[in-house]
Structures are given as structure tokens and as C-alpha cells.
Design a binder for this molecule. Structure first.
Ligand code: SPD
Length: 287
């Protein structure tokens, strides 16, 4: 990442495989926490934004592309919504989208880096919005991998993984033992969701993630959309369930209520997004 901190007209870039993905703006905070480099910026186009270890995570005016598509396919299709778990999600956007669903009674959010939460609450307050004060939110500053390893069988209706790329603290959020625990702690009728990287910029990780989830769960499918600030802009989220691909059939009443105020997500959008699997990914997955 390159920038001149005091200059609003500088470029803040994520470097990925010889390509720069950048925004014009200025750096507000750049500090190292126990786990990672945390950078808060202010951009002309997307407002304030967050990078972790030099990689774009979110920005005020572009976060809904990501959070709506991670949350609603899972939350709208699970049989019950008594108890939901988010692993990661320190900026609060995933919790905010979850808590729009009034049926959720209890939401555990387990974020490893308390400093990401503090800085997001201060610089990106619209991300978490009212979620931070919602009594249903139970925020734990702990390691999410250890959390799922020690959680009881059948304890959550929905498990959502909102981590960063598979490096640093998020590396362990993409492997078999973690996904096995996610399946074990999911109740019957439950749905699992994870961000599953870009089919272009992170092709190998993306295919491997879907493949592992298909080995572990009876059903797993990637959904494709856009997060323009991420490498290549082309992104994916993968959903998994047991008895049937429940995530493909949102419960109409829940979905209609939620999609009225969504920027991207709707039942129609979701149908297309599951069907938008690129031919080469489909071929790779059938090998
Ligand atoms: N390459 C960026 C992947 C980041 C996924 N998580 C974003 C966090 C938003 N809550």
C-alpha cells in the first residue's frame, strides 16, 4: 500500500498479483494491532474505508454489495433463527444486516481483533449502526476458530464467516477442521455461509473452498456478485446446508420484508447469482 498520509489526493492501493486496486483519498489511521496492520482511510468516492494488512475490507458507500450477499441468502432460508453466530465481522456490517431480521433472538459475534471493532465504531459508525447497541448482540473478542471448536453440537441456526483473505488471522477460516466444526455446531435446518474470495483474483482458494465445503456438507453452492473495491471486483460467497440446498429457497415472507431496503440483494438477484457460476468453475468442481 502506498500513500502520502497528509494528502487527500493520494492513491491508496491494495497490491494483488501485480495489479493495484486503489482509491483516491487520505489515510486517517495506520497502526499495528496484536494481529494485523489496521488502516482507516477517507476516499472521495466511497467515503471512509478499512484495510487490514493492506487489503480492502469495506467502505461506507460500498459495503452493502458485500454484507447483503453474505447474510440474506443464509438468514432468509434457515428453518429457525433463534441463535446465530458470526465469526469475524469486526466492522459490524454483517451484524447489522443480521439484526434487521427480528426473528433472531441471540447473535454471537466472535471477532479476534478488538482494535478493529473499536476503530470501526469510531470511524465507520454506519457500518454497525444500531447493531452495537442491540441487546441481542453478544460480542466476544476471542479467536473464532477456538470458539467453533469448543461450541456444543447443534447450537446455532446459522453460522456466518466474515473473515479476510486466507492469510494472517484468517488463514484457519478456510480449512477442513474449521468447516467440520461449523457443520457440527449447526442445528438441523441450519445454513452455513462464508465469503469465498474471487473466482478471478483468488481462483485457487475459491475453488478449493467450495470443494471442501461440498465434501463436508451434503450441499454447498457459490453465489457470484461484485464488490468493486476488491481485487478484480468479482466476488463470491458460498452457502452450505444438510438435508437439501435450503439456501436456494428463501422464505418469501422474510425475504420480501428485507429486500425492500436492500441495495443489491433480492430473491430475483439471488437466483441469478447462483446461476452465474462461470463455466470453468463448474468444470473444475465436477472433476
Ligand atoms: N479481499 C477482501 C476480503 C474481505 C472479506 N471480509 C470483509 C469484511 C467486511 N465485513
Amino acid at each position: 500500500m502506498k500513500s502520502t498520509p497528509a494528502n487527500y489526493n493520494s492513491w491508496i492501493d491494495e497490491y494483488h498479483q501485480g495489479i493495484r486496486y486503489g482509491m483516491e483519498g487520505k489515510i486517517l489511521i495506520n497502526e499495528k494491532s496484536t494481529f494485523q496492520q489496521i488502516t482507516l482511510i477517507e476516499s472521495k468516492r466511497y467515503g471512509k474505508g478499512l484495510l487490514l494488512d493492506g487489503c480492502w475490507m469495506t467502505a461506507e458507500h460500498q459495503e452493502r454489495h458485500y454484507h447483503e450477499c453474505l447474510v440474506h441468502p443464509a438468514i432468509c432460508s434457515a428453518e429457525n433463527l433463534h441463535k446465530v453466530l458470526i465469526i469475524g465481522g469486526g466492522d459490524g456490517g454483517t451484524a447489522r444486516e443480521c439484526l434487521r431480521h427480528k426473528e433472531i433472538e441471540h447473535l454471537d459475534m466472535v471477532e479476534i481483533d478488538g482494535r478493529v471493532v473499536e476503530l470501526s465504531q469510531k470511524y465507520l459508525p454506519t457500518l454497525g449502526g444500531q447493531a452495537w447497541n442491540d441487546p441481542r448482540l453478544h460480542l466476544k473478542i476471542e479467536d473464532g476458530i477456538a470458539w467453533v471448536a469448543k461450541a456444543n453440537d447443534n447450537s446455532y441456526d446459522v453460522v456466518i464467516v466474515d473473515g479476510s483473505d486466507p492469510e494472517g488471522p484468517s488463514k484457519g477460516l478456510f480449512n477442513k477442521s474449521f468447516f467440520n466444526n461449523c457443520k457440527r455446531i449447526l442445528r438441523p435446518g441450519g445454513v452455513f455461509a462464508t465469503q469465498s474470495e474471487s473466482p478471478e483474483a483468488f481462483r485457487k482458494v475459491h475453488i478449493e473452498t467450495v470443494r471442501i465445503l461440498r465434501e463436508i456438507f451434503e450441499f454447498a453452492d457459490p453465489l457470484y456478485g461484485w464488490v468493486p473495491m476488491y481485487p478484480s471486483g468479482w466476488w463470491s460467497w458460498t452457502f452450505a446446508s444438510r438435508e437439501r440446498p435450503r439456501y436456494k429457497n428463501p422464505i418469501a415472507k422474510r425475504a420480501e420484508f428485507i429486500s425492500k431496503e436492500c441495495e443489491i440483494w433480492s430473491i430475483r438477484w439471488q437466483q441469478g447469482a447462483f446461476d452465474a457460476i462461470p463455466a470453468f468453475i463448474e468444470r473444475e468442481l465436477s472433476k
